[in-house]
Write a protein that binds this ligand. Structure first.
Ligand SMILES: [Zn+2]
Length: 270
């Protein structure tokens, strides 16, 4: 097996969205200044004996550049040459070669190119799919991270979805690769990925269940941007336990410091 971690551009946002109160006030510093930070957008491609599996699909190019709305809380920066289609091409992989796409969840920095994978089985937690589709049907996305254009694209593509009923513990997709249920927290239901490599060992990808190492703690620190705070803490504790039981290195969803230490692109783990 070969595992490529893909660098699919950057988002910018107020750091307190990642870790609530990270720049909290004090007697000495009564009016702390917000910090505008960049975070990586990532996906994972695993070549296993028999095909390719992809975890998340990054942002679509239409999210890039200067948005019309200058009040946008999390602008995306990325160019065609680094987004998912180009990264796969660099690795000699056509979207039709991908047999499984595991979606952590359906926010725009994860679902931007999902529509390309018409030959794949697309694995999503049922609570995530059902609840986001309900919002889609009711035109209830608002200015948040679910985007109509992404849903329009992947519904038009008539993808082959496989829903994992919540709650489940984990689900072996192919030998050495498991979808792991983290449940409600960041969103309705988030799916992690456990990859077991013969030389490099076990990796547990958390996506947005944990943006950065600070969220894991201990103690767990919730992000400012959150759907279910009690579920988030439960999920974070579960990730710590699951990683320990499986002797896995935790790879956070949007941790710029950790990301800088990882092998990415054509470089790989095996
Ligand atoms: Zn998200």
């Amino acid at each position: 097996m070969k595992m490529h971690i893909l660098n699919l551009g950057k988002m910018y946002l107020d750091e307190s969205a990642l870790v609530a109160g990270i720049h909290g006030g004090s007697l000495r510093n009564q009016n702390p200044v917000a910090q505008w930070v960049s975070i990586p957008v990532q996906a994972v491609l695993v070549e296993y004996d028999g095909g390719y599996l992809l975890y998340d699909t990054g942002c679509n190019i239409r999210e890039a550049g200067t948005p019309d709305d200058e009040d946008t809380p999390s602008p995306f920066e990325g160019t065609e040459d680094i987004l998912l289609p180009a990264q796969l091409a660099k690795l000699g992989v056509d979207p039709s070669d991908v047999k499984y796409v595991v979606m952590s969840h359906l926010h725009c920095d994860h679902a931007g190119y999902l529509y390309l994978f018409k030959n794949a089985e697309v694995i999503v937690a049922e609570d995530e799919f059902a609840n986001s589709m309900k919002l889609y049907g009711l035109r209830g996305f608002g200015p948040g991270p679910y985007k109509y254009a992404d849903f329009n694209d992947f519904l038009a593509a008539e993808l082959n979805f496989r829903l994992l009923p919540d709650p489940y513990r984990d689900y072996e997709i192919v030998p050495g690769i498991k979808a792991v249920s983290f449940g409600s927290g960041h969103t309705f239901s988030l799916t992690g990925l456990l990859v077991s490599l013969p030389d490099s060992g076990n990796f547990l990808f958390t996506a947005d269940a944990l943006y950065r190492s600070e969220n894991l703690g201990p103690p767990v620190r919730i992000p400012g941007l959150i759907f279910d705070s009690l579920g988030y803490v439960k999920s974070a504790d579960y990730i710590a336990k699951y990683a320990e039981e499986n002797n896995a290195k935790i790879i956070f969803g949007h941790d710029a410091r950790q990301f800088a230490t990882l092998k990415t692109g054509t470089d790989y783990y095996d």
